[in-house]
Ligand binder design. Structure first.
Ligand code: 4AD
Ligand code: MG
Length: 453
């Protein structure tokens, strides 16, 4: 409607009042219905409506209006609506409505997460989030991947990494006990200990070894107490898993996908990106355009350590072969190469049991994709497809072999080389929007001590 030149047309609009201004003769009402960042302006003749009738039309109120689409006489819009009728669905008391003035801080908005979608910022972020979710499905569908719904409740700790959230129906005050005093989970709902999943990968592998190319896109849960701007206790992950892909194919897919998603956003979220660029981060559009056109730097972990050492920088955590890379190291690498970096062949000691072991006996065929601005965007690997090697590694790491029997069987029956990775959806949205905290790009963040709304 905002781009229409259909002047004289009768229209009906419904939405939430952003502002009302004007004088004794005329009221200008900026209305937004959430579909796009722009408002439509209603012009109401006070003499026609009467002052009383326009009183409940205040910031935050929800209204329906009919009128004629006319060429705007004011600045800032090309069309406006000369209002004929206004129906108020819901008022918003000026004394108590929290979104009165513009320019609330993001921190304050987190406390009113039930209303913040009605701000320009969150409207933009949530629309971009939607377009990215759709683009993920489209990317994979167009490449012949199948979406696999991995379970949310799991009886196994997929990674052997990260604290999990327990799922139980036992009476916490009086749980059934074993003779040794421990809780008897045989009496629990699933007859065993169960948790919320930390990753859909292991199930995705089962899918890939049947359907060839699959991906999961679901919520994952980690009960780590990491209160950082990049970690959530509940986040969404996209996990493709591909039969017959080696680590090189895996890197190619990750790079192609990330560039596709950036280009998709640039094409489909133009107005919202421009708003965020102007409001928060003047480099956002430049960064997106330049990375969409770049080719990612690929190097091994061992080479990366050399780059870090050669930098002569004093890092808080010393960069030495064998250590897990910290944010400061990741930042240095992406700054150094001035583009995204894909690191491979990490020491086996700092990576998960399922990663393919290299001939050197020291490293595994892992890959992490590091991005400017957000750090680790993707973690993945080629998988160990050899039963004996995988089994030995599970034992060596002291993992619960019994709960992984079904995973191990895929290496007994028709195993094949395969690879996959996990893309953190919120990290992607952070990068796409230029926002700086994951709490501001998911509708209802779950973090330590915070599950309101
Ligand atoms: O590196 P991670 O732990 O890898 C896995 O879970 C593998 N199973 C993936 C696979 O190979 N299929 O997590 C993958 C990505 C990270 O690179 C990061 O982007 C994101 O998930 N991530 C988080 N995002 C938000 N909050 C957290 N607490 C996250 N932990 C990981
Ligand atoms: Mg990782």
């Amino acid at each position: 409607m905002l781009r229409s030149t259909d002047f004289g047309k009768e229209v009906c609009v419904k939405g939430w009042v952003r502002t009302k201004r004007g004088n004794k003769n005329v009221a200008f009402i900026a209305l937004n219905d959430g579909s796009i960042i722009h408002n439509i302006q209603l012009v109401a003749d006070v003499a026609v409506f009467g002052e009383e009738a326009l009183k409940p039309v205040t910031t935050g109120a929800c209204i329906a209006a009919t009128g004629t689409l006319v060429k705007s006489q004011g600045q800032g819009q090309t069309v406006e609506i000369q209002a004929k009728t206004i129906e108020v669905y819901g008022t918003a008391d000026a004394e108590t409505f929290p979104l009165q003035k513009k320019g609330h801080t993001l921190e304050f908005l987190r406390e009113i997460a039930h209303l913040r979608p009605r701000t320009n910022t969150f409207g933009a972020v949530l629309r971009i989030r939607h377009h990215m979710a759709y683009a993920v499905h489209k990317f994979f569908n167009d490449k012949g991947f199948f979406c696999l719904h991995s379970p949310i409740i799991t009886g196994s700790d997929a990674e052997g990494a990260g604290e999990m959230f327990r799922v139980t129906t036992l009476d916490m005050k009086n749980p059934p006990k074993n003779p040794d005093g421990s809780i008897n989970y045989k009496e629990d709902f699933f007859g065993k200990e169960s948790n919320l999943t930390v990753s859909g990968q292991l199930e995705a592998e089962l899918g890939a070894l049947a359907l060839g190319l699959v991906y999961t896109f679901g919520p994952t849960f980690r009960a780590e107490n990491s209160n950082t701007p990049r970690h959530l206790a509940e986040f969404w992950m996209i996990e493709p898993e591909m039969a017959f892909y080696d680590i090189k194919d895996n890197m190619d897919l990750a790079e192609e996908m990330l560039k596709y998603l950036i280009r998709y956003a640039l094409e489909h979220c133009k107005d919202d990106l421009e708003f965020l660029n102007n409001m928060y981060d003047k480099e956002l559009l430049n960064r997106l355009n330049s990375i969409a056109a770049s080719s990612f730097q690929r190097l091994t972990y061992t080479e990366a350590i050399e780059v870090l050492k050669a930098s002569g920088k004093k890092f808080e955590f010393k960069a030495e072969w064998g250590v897990d890379l910290q944010k400061e190291h990741e930042n240095h690498l992406v700054d150094h190469f001035k583009k995204p970096v894909i690191l491979t062949d990490y020491p086996k000691g700092i990576k998960a049991f399922y990663m393919k072991q290299n001939e050197d006996g020291k490293t595994v065929r892992a890959m992490d994709v590091l991005f400017p601005y957000v750090g680790e965007m993707i973690g993945g690997s080629q998988r160990e497809e050899n039963y004996d090697k995988l089994h030995a590694r599970i034992k060596e790491m002291g993992l619960h072999e019994e709960s992984l029997w079904w995973y191990l069987e895929t290496r007994k029956f028709g195993t094949c080389p395969h690879s996959g990775f996990g893309l953190g959806f919120e990290r992607l949205i952070l990068f796409m929007t230029g926002m700086t905290n994951v709490r501001d790009i998911i509708p209802f963040p779950r973090t330590p001590k915070n599950a309101e709304f």
